[in-house]
Every structure is written in structure tokens, then in C-alpha cells.
Design a protein around this ligand. Structure first.
Ligand SMILES: [Zn+2]
Length: 253
């Protein structure tokens, strides 16, 4: 790890130095396609869509991290270049198709080109998480995602998903409270069977840290007022749940 070049543009870290009980992650924060990788043959509308990133997820993450005075680590490029919530051996880490869209620049990718994505995107993200954990000594990791209201043509009625792998301590506490009046469900619309708990397993479970993945339907936050309502509800649920499982929160969280 020592010789890897830390490229601030492929990973964004905020409040990296301060001790904090919580670390926030946002792997799918960005739909940026740096020139050196190109745009994978995608049209602008696909590059702006949920296929390329999780719209609004970074705003939610930054809002919550500010309230908790907590560090955050966010991906700085599109997940279509490399999905930082997937292991390098996972086929969908560099998907050739996502939902109903072909990703031409990922089809038939050479092993060398794929390895370059791992080294230039995934490895720096993991290094940033490792360094932030070492500096902040968090007790819990919370990763924030958003999902599209219509998937493969079908509407989804779940509004907020509380996802976990084998360590459900924090997720159970959140689910027993619910998130405001939102339709909140366990491991919905995705779950461990979809490979989405990679970060939770790698960064939290291996260290025995509490963890949860929060999925917010991206049509719940069309404007600032709606965004504030979602973040208020998430912060209240998360704060109370962290206290319940033994995490001491700072004032104001
Ligand atoms: Zn996501």
C-alpha cells in the first residue's frame, strides 16, 4: 500500500483526523468520468442516471456526517468505472451491463485494463477507509446509498432500506424504531445475496465494528425541504439506535 499514489480525485475524505464514534461511507457518491478512463461509450443521459451513481447520496451523507461531527469517505468517480462496494473478483465490480443499459467500455475489458481500475480507484478508496479508521477509531460504520424508484420497469414501494450482513446489531436497533414515517424494510431493495454488503464485511465486520447500510429511494429528496425531512428522520433513528447499542454520541448528533 505504501507506494500507491493517493489521488484526491478518486476518493473524497472529510473530517479525517478527528476522533469519532461513527464513520460514514458513500461509495457511489460521484458520476465523474476522469479523462484518463474515458466515458465508456455512454450517452450523457446514462452518465447522469442512477446507473452511473447514487443521486443525492453524497448530500445525505454530508448532512449526516456534519450532524454527527463524523468523518466521511466518498467515492470520487462513477461506479461504472469501478464499484467500490464490490470486491475485485466480483463480476459486477466493472459491469458490462447495468439494469437495462449496456456499458460498452466495460465489455471485453482486458485483464490489464481491469486491474488498472482496481489499482487506481478501488485500492485508494480502501486505503482512505483504512487510514480514516486508524485516525478516528470509530465504533460504527454507516454507508449511505440511494436507489431508483423504478427498476426494470417495476415501481418499488420501499422508501428506506436498512441493510446488513451477518452482524445485524445496529440494523436491528434501527428497524425496531423505524425511520420517521417512511416505509422502512430490512435488506430491501437489496440484500447480502446481491453482493451489496461488501464494504460492511470488509471494513466493519473484520474489525468487529457495528455497521449498517442505508438505502434511500432517490425520489424522496426532490428539494431541500424534503432532503431535510429525510436527514432529520435518519439522524434521529441512527442517533437513538447507536446509543441503544452502546455507542456514546457527541452533543448535537
Ligand atoms: Zn449505491
Amino acid at each position: 500500500m505504501a507506494n500507491r499514489q493517493m489521488d484526491n480525485k478518486v476518493v473524497q475524505v472529510e473530517r479525517a483526523g478527528a476522533p469519532s464514534p461513527v464513520l460514514f461511507l458513500c461509495e457511489h457518491a460521484s458520476n465523474r468520468f476522469p479523462n484518463r478512463f474515458g466515458t465508456l461509450g455512454l450517452t450523457p443521459d446514462v452518465m447522469d442516471s442512477h446507473v452511473a451513481w447514487d443521486p443525492h447520496a453524497l448530500t445525505i451523507t454530508e448532512n449526516l456526517a456534519a450532524r454527527f461531527d463524523a468523518p466521511l469517505v466518498a467515492g470520487g468517480v462513477s461506479r461504472l468505472l469501478y464499484d467500490c462496494n464490490r470486491a475485485p473478483e466480483a463480476p459486477d465490480a466493472v459491469p458490462a451491463r447495468s439494469e437495462v443499459f449496456d456499458i460498452p467500455g466495460n465489455a471485453g475489458l482486458s485483464e490489464a485494463a481491469r486491474n488498472r481500475r482496481v489499482e487506481e480507484i478501488y485500492d485508494p478508496f480502501c486505503d482512505a477507509v483504512d487510514m480514516t479508521i486508524a485516525a478516528c477509531q470509530p465504533q460504527a460504520i454507516v454507508t449511505i446509498h440511494t436507489f431508483t424508484p423504478v427498476y426494470f420497469g417495476k415501481p418499488r414501494d420501499v422508501e428506506i432500506g436498512i441493510l446488513h450482513d451477518t452482524d445485524a446489531r445496529l440494523a436491528d436497533a434501527m428497524l425496531s424504531r423505524g425511520v420517521g414515517s417512511y416505509v422502512t424494510r430490512r435488506n430491501d431493495p437489496y440484500g447480502p445475496q446481491d453482493g451489496v454488503t461488501h464494504s460492511l464485511k470488509l471494513h466493519a465486520q473484520t474489525r468487529g465494528l457495528l455497521n449498517v447500510m442505508i438505502e434511500v429511494r432517490n425520489d424522496l429528496t426532490p428539494d431541500q425541504n424534503a432532503m431535510d425531512r429525510v436527514c432529520d428522520a435518519l439522524a434521529q433513528c441512527l442517533s437513538q439506535s447507536l446509543s441503544e447499542v452502546g455507542v456514546t454520541m457527541k452533543e448535537g448528533a
